[in-house]
Write a protein that binds this ligand. Structure first.
Ligand SMILES: CC(C)(COP(=O)(O)OP(=O)(O)OC[C@H]1O[C@@H](n2cnc3c(N)ncnc32)[C@H](O)[C@@H]1OP(=O)(O)O)[C@@H](O)C(=O)NCCC(=O)NCCS
Length: 427
């Protein structure tokens, strides 16, 4: 028997593909939810829908064989340090029938996915990993970090009163809530490295779907407007009773599924509003930056309690030159690097990375082929450092990068970003 990766051929295969992936994630197959299927179909690209098929012959054109796994993906723009947005793909639903694991299914579909993505001219493939030990072998590196923060709203206090002149309100009209949140999200995508853009089909899921891998489920939409009347922050939240049932015992939780501010004043105002919600004593921010600026505004920083912190978006470089030339740099410098890429020979280099310019905005990189490199990175290591999530120095101190001390210091300085990257959307 051989295991191959290929596209889906007919409606029956579409359903089997879905059932197998659902089963891999522990869902029990039932009556298909047609609305959800249609929404997801609109969201994902056919070119990124791949099935793993086990059969007697390795014929990618045949419909014979059993679908034992699959994945799907959607294209979007990924923000680099400095605000440039590059075309990337987000991979999701990577699953193999639990009764068919260990036969190389993950490997064949990942390699097929990466080849297709590179052929489509995408600069990177990205994903959120349910298990962090899976994707390094395919050249992905942890490109952003996320935390879950909790705050006892009854105890927490801001160090200084808020005088931003703006105001917050809950928007009940869903079309208006969507219009405002979409505009704020688009703006944050021009400011925050690691942000992935959302298509209209994705926003459809955010606003209409039940709580799931792509959507926060039914939530209230809170908007903040600044003094000039411009919307500059939103939060999707719901109130959760601690022990279920019907009666509130005034110890509820404000579960914040999305929290996006274009500046720290907006974030403070949104948090201040959430802290005053009656019947609740705690706030949980489900998607929060590890270096949240909000902690600096509290009298007691420990009140913003980090209950979990781990990898966020993973990134697999597909177009090294584009990633290096479109991000911004805080300093000038020059270093020759090689990418030890086992899949894409044309991406290896060695490349001379030369960065010059007077200011961050003017400072640009030129990448040219070179005979030899000062240091060698794996694609996953480039994925870890390209947005500024991990220091090159840290990887070198861990004994993972070989190269001269001078070259390591130089690349470390060049890759530093002024803020840590953050991905607001899980997928
Ligand atoms: C994870 C999963 C896709 C692996 O599928 P599989 O067909 O058994 O994988 P393969 O046989 O192709 O293995 C490829 C490599 O991954 C390794 N691997 C498999 N499962 C692993 C795991 N859970 N953790 C770490 N490594 C794993 C294999 O050892 C193999 O390593 P190698 O490259 O050194 O040979 C499958 O177990 C699954 O569907 N799990 C549940 C859903 C899930 O977690 N999906 C990932 C979502 S982000």
């Amino acid at each position: 028997m051989v295991v191959i990766a290929r596209s889906l051929r007919n409606e029956e295969e579409v359903l089997n593909h879905r059932t197998v992936i659902d089963t891999a994630f522990g869902d029990i197959p039932g009556e298909p939810d047609q609305t959800l299927i249609d929404q997801q179909k609109a969201m994902v690209e056919e070119a990124h829908t791949i099935a793993v098929v086990e059969g007697i012959e390795a014929d990618a054109d045949s419909t014979s064989g059993e679908i034992i796994g699959g994945l799907f993906g959607a294209e979007f723009n990924l923000t680099l340090p400095g605000g440039a947005q590059i075309p990337a793909v987000g991979l999701a639903g990577v699953g193999i029938n639990p009764a068919r694991v260990g036969r190389g299914g993950l490997r064949v579909m990942m390699e097929e996915h990466l080849r297709r993505s590179a052929d489509r001219g995408l600069a990177a493939s990205t994903l959120w990993a349910s298990e962090s030990g899976l994707y390094g072998r395919f050249g992905y590196g942890s490109a952003t970090t996320m935390a879950i923060h909790e705050l006892r709203s009854s105890d927490a206090k801001f160090a200084l009163p808020l005088h931003d002149g703006g105001h917050c309100d809950i928007i009940f009209d869903q079309a208006e809530a969507r219009r405002l949140a979409t505009a704020i999200y688009a703006k944050v995508g021009t400011m925050t490295a690691g942000t992935t853009s959302r298509s209209e089909a994705w926003w459809d899921m955010v606003f209409t779907s039940k709580d799931g891998w792509l959507a926060p489920g039914p939530c209230l939409t809170l908007i903040h407007w600044n003094e000039a009347g411009e919307p500059d922050g939103y939060s999707f939240y719901k109130m959760v009773q601690p022990h279920g049932g019907d009666s509130w015992i005034v110890d509820g939780l404000v579960s914040v599924r999305e929290f996006v501010g274009l500046n720290v004043e907006a974030e403070r105002a949104l948090l201040g509003f959430l802290m005053r919600i009656p019947l609740c004593r705690r706030i949980r921010l489900d998607m929060s930056p590890v270096d949240s600026l909000l902690r600096h505004h509290l009298v007691d920083r420990r009140q913003l309690h980090q209950i979990e912190a781990h990898d966020g978006l993973w990134l697999r470089p597909l177009d090294v030159t584009r990633l290096l030339t479109e991000r911004s740099y805080e300093v000038s410098g020059e270093v020759a690097i090689e990418i030890d890429d086992p899949l894409f020979e044309d991406q290896r280099g060695p490349w001379l990375l030369s960065v010059a310019g007077a200011t961050t905005v003017e400072r640009r990189a030129v990448v040219t082929p070179r005979e030899a490199a000062d240091l060698v990175l794996t694609p996953g290591q480039l994925g870890e450092v390209i947005l500024g999530n991990t220091r090159v120095n840290e990887l070198a101190a861990a004994g993972l990068i070989e190269g001269s001390e001078e070259a390591i210091t130089q690349l470390d300085r060049l890759m530093l970003a002024n803020r840590k990257p953050f991905a607001f959307s899980k997928f």
